[in-house]
Ligand binder design. Structure first.
Ligand SMILES: [Zn+2]
Length: 491
């Protein structure tokens, strides 16, 4: 017996057609008009859209960072993602300083033991000793085909140009893709102490410490190296015109350069949000910082014309008011998983959050929630506002990320043989985004009060229903690792 999705409108990156879709086991086995009902469980999709499960290639679940650990893990983050229509994501494994890439993988596999949706791993290289460079090709056999390098966060994650160049050479030779956080970390590291010394400690000064120019410069530097080495480059969280222009120039001369932006950069501004009175602006601190309305318009155009191929979230959320309960004692015991248990034992407990940076913007943990809302806000402001078609929405949110990161057409497609990751989307359902109805582990959201029309009503992961209205039907351990392939196309 299969599951037959009847009378819906199927949306793919290329088509929007009325058809039935049959799922048997974990995959799609038939798509066509008036498929016979015989013996199948029927899901009536009248007036609904069927889309591939969303893919978010940029998340940081349970990430140790900025003196604490990000809130959502492979349990809560996965549920929230699925309620928003995202069924697969790729998280960043961080190589421990002094350790190997495989040490990082081992730590992240432990975190993912509770997985509820499917996930892949990028490997963030932080300490490129000669033996680590030799280790890189072995990742391909593990299904990890993308590397991430930070051009920012001096003395924490930042790598130098020689490291970036050498890594690109090795990646290119092995069919891998290199991702960069593109900001000039040396310039940032000289701007920040000067601002603090001048008493400029409020959240708004975070954006002064990381101006658009240093993002544009680093993006251009990485793009040039991509052209020189032939290594496909994917620039993460592009926020502004100088960075978009650098990518556009590189693509125009045939360099294999791609990029993404993240939902928050289309909606928030430094002046309006980081500049909120008191400490409120801390909620919106991420790097690179949120920018201007002009940059927002540039980003919408870049997604529309294909200069940017994907919109992710960079989901990395911290409590606005954290550090509640005897967290110091617990922090001592943190070993990459225990915080979850502490929270289960004492629901009043909150690990440290944004309050760590009161009186010093540079100490505010970087990042914000967004994993759950991504599909809904981009549908509302992309499709409903007429900026792009439903097909282009699917292309950007589901199909392109699967292609670029070597998991297409198993993921990101509604086609025969693909994993049955299916979102039943009600385009007429009205909903108001609020912290009071979110599934993320957070005390604020950045789209509070935003009214949207269109949201998932049922979500299927490899044929299993995990979301039914407000009900969660998934289970810990049912999310699978996505073994990705090298030599993915450059879009
Ligand atoms: Zn990130």
């Amino acid at each position: 017996m299969g599951t037959l999705f009847k009378n819906g409108t199927i949306i793919t990156a290329s088509d929007m057609v009325q058809a039935d879709l049959l799922v048997e086991g974990e995959v799609i086995t038939q798509i066509g008009r008036d498929l016979p009902v015989s013996g199948h469980l029927v899901v009536d999709c009248t007036n609904k859209y069927l889309m591939p499960g969303g893919i978010d290639v940029h998340t940081h679940l349970e990430l140790p960072f900025g003196g604490t650990v990000s809130n959502d893990d492979f349990d809560t983050g996965h549920k929230a993602a699925a309620f928003g229509g995202t069924t697969s994501h790729i998280d960043f494994v961080i190589q421990p300083k002094g350790g190997s890439l495989h040490d990082g993988l081992t730590a992240w596999r432990k975190k993912a033991a509770v997985a509820q949706i499917d996930y892949g791993f990028h490997l963030a290289v932080t300490d490129l000793r000669p033996e680590v460079l030799d280790e890189i090709p072995s990742l391909v056999a593990e299904g990890v085909t993308s590397l991430k390098l930070f051009m920012a966060y001096k003395n924490v994650f930042q790598i130098d140009d020689a490291t970036l160049y050498k890594t690109m050479q090795v990646a290119a030779a092995n069919g891998m893709i290199v991702m960069v956080h593109a900001e000039n970390g040396d310039v940032e590291a000289s701007l920040t102490p000067k601002l603090l010394a001048e008493g400029k400690t409020d959240p708004i000064y975070h954006s002064h410490s990381r101006p658009r120019e240093i993002e544009g410069e680093a993006t251009n530097r990485a793009a040039i190296m991509s052209g020189m080495t032939g290594c496909p480059l994917y620039v993460v969280h592009v926020t502004c015109e100088p960075a978009v222009e650098a990518i556009r120039r590189a693509r125009a001369i045939g360099y294999p350069v791609m990029g993404e932006s993240c939902t928050q950069y289309f909606f928030l501004t430094a002046e309006g949000d980081l500049g909120k009175p008191g400490f409120e602006g801390a909620k919106y601190i991420c790097s690179p910082p949120i920018r201007t309305e002009h940059d927002q318009a540039v980003l919408w155009q870049a997604v529309k014309d294909g200069t940017l191929q994907h919109v992710s979230t960079d989901h990395c959320n911290f409590w606005y008011e954290g550090g509640v309960g005897p967290w110091q004692d617990w922090a001592k015991q943190y070993n990459g998983g225990n915080w979850v248990e502490f929270e289960a034992q004492d629901p009043t407990y909150r690990r440290p959050g944004k309050e760590l940076g009161k009186g010093n913007f540079a100490k505010i943990p970087n990042g914000m929630p967004g994993l759950e809302e991504r599909m809904m806000v981009m549908w509302e402001h992309g499709v409903n506002s007429g900026r792009f078609s439903p097909q282009h929405f699917v292309e950007v949110m589901c199909t392109n990320p699967a292609k670029i990161f070597g998991m297409y057409p198993k993921k990101g497609a509604l086609t025969i043989g693909a994993d049955a990751d299916i979102v039943v989307w009600d385009p007429n359902l009205k909903h108001t985004l609020s912290v009071s109805n979110t599934h993320m582990r957070t005390d604020y959201i950045v789209y509070e009060g935003m009214e949207i029309t269109g949201k998932p009503v049922q979500v299927y992961l490899r044929g299993q229903k995990v979301v039914d209205g407000d009900e969660w039907l998934g289970s810990n351990g049912s999310g699978k690792f996505i073994h990705r392939h090298p030599h993915a196309p450059v879009l």
